[in-house]
Every structure is written in C-alpha cells, then in structure tokens.
Design a protein around this ligand. Structure first.
Ligand code: GLN
Length: 524
C-alpha cells in the first residue's frame, strides 16, 4: 500500500504548498522511491477549466485532456509524474458526484450527509490506485476556510482508516518578520497548528516560510507550542528559484524526518539533478534573448509552463535565457531587432493577432529562429499564405468569417473526442522522416498535448510545400497538420500543440532545446 503525505497550509494563502509538496516528493525520489501527486481544491467550481486565467494564471492541460490549474504543472515537472483528471479534484466535483448519485437513487433513500457521504467521496479520490510508494496530496486553500473543513475531516478519517503510520501531515505556515523589532513572530504558526488540532490533525512536520533561517530557539519554541520536536520545524526560506527548494530541504534533513515518521531507513539521496540546476543558476555564462510575442503579460503566471520550458532549454544548452516580452497589439519590427529568437505562444481571439502574424513574417524574412506554439503555428501559416502564396485574405475563421480560411474548423475529425469544442490533451503525431522535426525529436512517433479549436487546412499542403513551408508532422490519420517548418531557414518550426506542458527541468524538451540551440547559433 502507498504511504500518504498530506500538505496543508495556514496563516495566509499563496505560501507555495504545491512547490513544497513537490520538493518533499523530490527528496523521496532521490532515494529511489516512486511518488505520485494529487491536488484537492475545496472551491466549488467543478473544474478549473472554466476559471478565469486572470485569477489563476495559465490553464494547464493533462495528457487525458483535463484542464487544471498550474499547480499540476509543478508536480509533473518536479516529479516527472503523469497526472490525470482524478489527480485534480475540486470541492465542486465532489459535491457534483454526490448529488448525482443522490439523484440516481444510489443512496437508497437514505439521508445524504457531509459525513459520511461527502467525506467518503473525498477519501475515494485520495485512495484511488496509484502503484507508487508515496502519494503526496495537497489540500488547497488555508486552514480555517469554510470550504476546506470537510477535506480536513476526510484526511483525519483517512489517517485513522489506513493507520497513522501510513500517513504524514505536513503543514506550511508563515513567520512574519517585524522590521522594527527585528523579530520573527511565531504566534500565527501556533494559531494555525491549533486550528488543525481542532480538526483532529496533529502536524508531523512544519515548514515555516520565513525570510531567514529560524534559529534553534525559534524552532524549539514553535515545537513546544505545536507538539513537535524542534528538528521537525523546518525553515521554508525564500529562494530565488524554486529548484533550489529541494536542496534547502535536504540541508535541513527533511528526508530523515519523513523516513523516521514512516519507519523507513535513513539514506543518502542523489541530489545531483538539483545541484546541476543550482550551479547553472550561479554560472557566469552567455545568454540569449528570446522575444515572446504575446498578450497576457499582465496576468502573473499566464505563460508559466512556457517560461519554465525556456528555462529548462537554457539549462540543456548551458546558456541563460532572457525573455523579452513583446506586446502583440503594438508590434513593430524594431521590437525584434535585438532578439536571438522569436516565439509566438498560444492564444485565443483576434486581439493582437496581426502583430503575431507580422512577427512570424519578420522571423521568416530575416532568418531569425522562430518557434510557434498552437496559435503561433497558425499565424506562421497565415503569414506564409498571405505573403508568400499571395492569398491576400488568408486568415483563420476564428478571426474573420469572410476570409479564405487557411485555418478553420475541421469538423469531421474525431469530434466525439473533442471535449466540448476544444481539442484537449495528448494526441499522437507522426513525423516525416528527414524533416527538421525528425532531427529535433529523433523519432517518428511522438505525443503532444493540445488545447485549441482550429486546424490548418491540409488540402493546401502541396501549395505550401512547393513554396517552401512543409508539413512535417501530422495526425496518424493524415488529416490534421501538427507541425510545419520552413525548408530554407535556419530554424522555423511550429506545432499545433503545446510542447511546454511536457518540458522537464532535468532534460528540457526537444523542440525548446533545439530552438534555444538555434538562438545561440544565431547570436554568433
Ligand atoms: N485560438 C486558437 C485555436 O483555438 C489557438 C489556441 C491556442 O493557441 N491554444 O485553435
């Protein structure tokens, strides 16, 4: 049976529970244990797909096409875990399941109650089979939230069901620093731990977010108030890069605390994959500048996975990657004068699209490395149709109903699998042998994640190819273009999918790695 680590948060929200949970998982992995992750969000939305990116940052997409919030991305990146719709569960979904069961008569006319019906449903999701040694479960929100109560109750029961030895509770809190008195205050942490105790949960380890390391005195004081040995009170020190967190935990022997709790042998871990990143961050090495032509720059984390993927590719190429945010809405060629590569990311709606088309055209003509993601592929196709093939009104039917739609809705394709109207999740793609894409991926069969509605019209393939833009990846049935590239260009590759969702800090992603390599070449 898997062992469970529950991560809760107290005092304030946004303490970084997801990263803390992933960091603990990484320590376990470094000792050879396998780790899965799950996230429970007490809010009432049924899934995060409908939530505004202005509140939540990017919509992350799993292989099975579930639209989740970006925390799931941390788990996949840090742990290499492949998560699915059952690993991102909201309060709304739990109630929806329970109420639908009630309507179907599954409860045989019994009174439906928070306990046991809702709590049992939560426990069902927690304990879904996982074939890993550990399942790390993050409970979203902050202790004390009304929506969260039933989740705390459920994890309390769960620990009782499977045995306290098989469950560890880690609580993340904050110790504010008072500038005037020069003190770190521990009271909010004490209060938060007490609030958990009111729900029957004794924390087994505390990670206290602080601007500096806790002193030995502070740790024993917190431990004394919170029923914990001082060694189980960890400083969750602020770091400038999240990949330093596992090393910060390692230095404080977090693995040993976890191992002691579960009765596992203490062991040294192989932390080299994080040490490598730490070293890279401190290295005085050259940099390249990538112009990202987008329109969601005001939303924090709107391009979270994209930024990560560029960072990962920098590690692989041993260069620092600087981002230049270029607003698509008032794009001019001068914006690209000082960049080593141009990237047009995904996007929806007509606003800013002409700027993105212009950016793709600039990269094509000036032989600047270009990478297009989803909409970034569509604009490259539109530019090529207009300015090389001379189809003056070429466009996507998303933006102009009366255009010549080189991008449009291919309604006969697989529509029953398209989750409403978007094509979502992982789809296979077959790469043409001998193409640039083939060189990049090193294989002819790949799988990448999608989140879009429109597709390039494949009937135009020959016309495009004759003029120099080839379709080098397509759906196995041959109907949907998945990758386009320019034949006579140092690097111009665009995919209808979102490769950033599969980039790993340890290996990067083939397309991003190749793009950054091309940018390095361009710079010289
Ligand atoms: N808006 C485009 C579509 O729906 C592209 C979507 C995207 O970039 N994710 O096809």
């Amino acid at each position: 049976m898997a062992k469970y680590i529950f991560i809760t948060g107290g005092v304030v929200s946004s303490l970084g529970k997801g990263v803390a949970a992933a960091g603990c998982g990484a320590l376990l992995q470094s000792r050879g244990y396998t780790v899965h992750a799950r996230k429970f969000d007490p809010y009432l939305n049924i899934d995060p797909g409908t939530m505004s990116p202005f509140q939540h940052g990017e919509v992350y997409v799993t292989n099975d096409g579930y639209e989740t919030d970006l925390d799931l991305g941390y788990y996949e990146r840090f742990l290499g875990a492949k998560l699915s719709r059952n690993d991102s569960v909201s309060g709304g979904r739990i109630y929806w399941d329970v109420l639908n069961a009630e309507r179907r008569g599954d409860y045989l006319g019994g009174t439906v109650q928070m306990i046991p019906h809702v709590s049992n449903k939560i426990k069902e999701y927690i304990s879904a089979p996982s074939d890993t040694d550990f399942v790390v479960c993050e409970i979203g929100g902050t202790v004390g939230d009304i929506e969260g109560k039933i989740f705390l109750e459920s994890i309390r029961q769960f620990a009782n069901d499977v045995g306290r030895r098989n469950v560890m509770f880690i609580h993340l809190t904050l110790a504010p620093y008072l500038e005037k008195s020069g003190e770190l205050k521990t009271k909010p942490t004490q209060m938060s731990v007490r609030q958990l105790l009111e729900n029957g949960i004794q924390s087994d380890m505390l990670i206290v977010r602080t601007p500096r390391m806790l002193t030995a005195d502070e740790r024993s004081k917190i431990g004394m108030f919170c029923n914990l040995p001082a060694k189980s009170v960890i400083s969750g020190i602020d770091v400038d890069n999240i990949y330093k967190i596992p090393l910060a935990y390692e230095a404080q022997h977090v693995f040993d605390i976890i191992a002691d709790h579960f009765g596992l042998p203490n062991a040294r871990g192989d932390m080299s994959r994080f040490e490598r990143i730490e070293k890279y961050l401190g290295d005085d090495i050259p940099s390249v500048t990538i112009g990202v032509v987008g329109k969601y720059f005001d939303v924090p984390d709107a391009y979270k996975s994209l930024n990560e993927a560029l960072f990962h590719a920098g590690i692989q190429n041993n260069v620092h990657v600087k981002l230049k945010k270029i607003s698509a809405e008032n794009f001019t060629n001068e914006d690209c004068a000082d960049v080593d590569g141009i990237l047009v990311p995904g996007g929806f709606g007509a606003r800013g699209v002409e700027g993105k088309i212009a950016a793709a055209g600039y990269a094509r003509i000036n032989k600047v490395p270009y990478m297009g993601i989803c909409l970034g592929m569509q604009v490259a196709v539109i530019d090529f149709a207009r300015n090389v093939l001379g189809i003056a009104d070429a466009d996507s039917s998303e933006f102009n109903k009366k255009c010549t739609p080189v991008i449009g809705i291919m309604s006969d394709h697989d529509s029953e699998n398209m989750g409403g109207t978007l094509r979502l999740g992982a789809y296979p793609c077959v790469i043409t042998a001998g193409s640039r894409a083939h060189e990049i991926y090193g294989t002819e069969n790949i799988s990448e994640r999608h989140r879009h509605r429109y597709e390039m019209d494949i009937s135009l393939e020959q016309k495009f190819a004759d003029a120099g833009m080839i379709i080098s990846g397509r759906s196995p049935d041959g109907k949907l273009p998945e990758i386009v590239e320019l034949r006579d260009h140092p690097f111009f590759v665009a995919g209808q999918f979102h490769p950033e969702f599969q980039s790993s800090p340890y290996t990067g992603h083939p397309m991003f790695n190749a793009f950054i390599a091309a940018a390095v070449k361009h710079k010289h």
